[in-house]
Write a protein that binds this ligand. Structure first.
Ligand code: ADP
Ligand code: MG
Ligand code: ZN
Length: 492
């Protein structure tokens, strides 16, 4: 029986490390948004007679990434030249790491469709970036600002089984890199680049099919779309009796298709050899221990803590920890909750989590704000939540107030007072209004009393209209029922 084919996917991810200077020279490594060729020197432009110097910060960032990816960090690692000719590479070679990478044999847990899956990390090594070619009609320009910027290349095992899983892996990796603060990991700005390798095999077998590699992908979404397309393309080749060719494919963003670019190069084509101008790198245990002790609490640990400490669901916790600043905002909000009040802490956590991942995320999105750019503090959000809990404002009003808090940066109390939004809960006031409504609508009241129960909602609507929505709905409902029942039994 034919069970069809399953995709086998491995990713090569290049991450631009957020160091102040480049990998082997003192030039500014902030390669984005500067005049072309202004961040260069004789070293990164490949002038003869110059010598590279290793950037310690880049090595430390790479080790931190290796640790977070559960890799073994090599105690002895070295540099190699990867030789090829291209106009964006003035030296004619790229300094990289070939047979002794800095980090090997790691793994990452990735959640796809509510299932945890372990994706192996084959290796992570340091290298330098190339320059950039800018194509202008009949000519091309070379910008070497990016040449020599430190890159971490992370190579996964071929453990990924779908385009969706690749997407989820990249999302998890980006979160990790941002927690470590070693890269902006922004794929749209080129700070993270991904080249997926994909082959197909009969489902349920351990065969290795012929792979293609896909290039020019500049968003997570393109990676997913390209892999989905390539899965179908290879499937069609195989089911019609053809053979997949080992190729490097391009991705056409407009037409949403992959296309053959060139035959895939192999290591032999690059004539790797040890870099003669740099000493090998020895990673002493003390150095490694210091870096390990400096690692922040990583997302999976924070998530587990949120589930245990606050009783959040796995899902809610995952949404909160996806962004470190959001996780911190939530935690600070929990810390700002008045401990002496008799509230169920888990219920409180759920409420605050709901406000953050619901209305707050929507508002941040609308305003184009990240949580750390927002003027509203965690304590101010708690202030709003408490107003709702005490019945001072309705949930609907709270939504409006939150929008203003985010946009204007005032406290909930101040906004409620200034805009006179406080809910009317005063029994005497509400009684007067409810009585008035009943008196003014004898027809509807009579219909209600003769069995048309839906008119209770209508009468309630009248009260809300009179009070511009500020009446406490639970109290109004109780009052109306009470008064109508009194009428039914003939009481005055
Ligand atoms: P290199 O690029 O050094 O030659 P490989 O081509 O073996 O190394 O691996 C590069 C990437 O391709 C890795 O992410 C690996 O997981 C993936 N890969 C290796 N074999 C396959 C395969 N048969 N199908 C899909 N991906 C593969
Ligand atoms: Mg490769
Ligand atoms: Zn330089």
């Amino acid at each position: 029986m034919d069970k069809g084919y399953e995709p086998v996917i491995g990713l090569e991810v290049h991450v631009q490390l957020a160091t102040a200077s480049k990998m082997f020279c003192g030039c500014n490594a902030a390669a984005f948004g500067h005049e072309p060729n202004t961040l260069t020197c004789p070293i990164c432009t490949g002038q003869p007679g110059v010598l590279p110097v290793i950037n310690q910060q880049a090595v430390e960032f790479a080790i931190m990434a290796g640790l977070a990816l559960n890799c073994r960090i090599a105690s002895f690692t070295k540099w190699d030249r990867k030789n090829y000719h291209y106009p964006d590479l003035p030296k004619g070679y790229q300094i990289s790491q070939y047979d002794l990478p800095l980090a090997v044999n790691g793994w990452v847990m990735v959640e796809t469709n509510a299932e945890q899956k372990r994706i192996g990390i084959r290796r992570a090594h340091l290298e330098e970036d190339t320059g950039k070619l800018v194509h202008r009609g009949d000519h091309s320009l070379v910008d070497l600002n990016r040449a020599g910027v430190p890159l971490l290349e992370i190579v996964t095992e071929p453990d990924i089984r779908s385009a969706e899983e690749a997407y989820d892996f990249l999302t998890k990796l980006r979160t990790l890199l941002r927690y470590l603060k070693i890269s902006t990991a922004d794929m749209e700005k080129g700070a993270m680049r991904c080249e997926p390798n994909i082959s197909l095999r009969p489902a349920g077998t351990n065969e290795w099919g012929t792979l293609t590699e896909i290039k020019n992908l500049n968003s997570f979404r393109s990676v997913r779309a390209a892999l989905a397309y390539e899965t179908t393309r290879q499937e069609n080749v195989l089911t019609t009796g053809g053979r997949v060719k080992r190729l490097t494919m391009g991705w056409d963003e407009q037409r949403n298709i992959t296309f053959p670019q060139r035959s895939k190069e192999t290591a032999n084509d690059y004539r790797y050899f040890p870099e003669p101008d740099l000493p090998p790198l020895v990673v002493q245990p003390e150095w490694l221990d210091r870096l390990r002790s400096q690692l922040p609490e990583l997302p999976d640990v924070v998530k587990a803590r949120f589930v245990v400490d606050y009783g959040l669901s796995d899902y809610d916790a995952a949404v909160l920890v996806a962004d470190q600043a959001v996780a911190r905002f939530f935690q600070d909000a929990m810390a700002a909750c008045p401990a002496q009040e008799p509230v169920d802490r888990h219920a409180q956590a759920k409420t605050i989590s709901n406000w953050i991942t619901g209305d707050l995320f929507r508002l941040m999105n609308e305003c184009g704000l990240a949580v750390e750019e927002m003027r509203m503090t965690p304590a101010e959000l708690v202030g709003l939540v408490n107003l709702v809990r005490r019945g001072a404002i309705s949930t609907g009003t709270a939504r409006e107030v939150l929008a203003e808090m985010v946009k204007q940066g005032d406290s909930a109390e101040a906004i409620v007072q200034r805009r006179e939004l406080a809910q009317i809960s005063d029994q005497g006031t509400l009684e007067g209004i409810a009585g008035q409504v009943i008196e003014n609508h004898p027809g509807e009241v009579a219909q209600y009393l003769s069995g048309k129960e839906s008119l209770l909602q209508w009468l309630m609507g009248q009260v809300m209209r009179t009070t511009q929505g500020k009446a406490n709905p639970a109290r109004v409902l109780a009052l109306l029922k009470e008064k109508l029942e009194a009428k039914r039994s003939g009481q005055p």
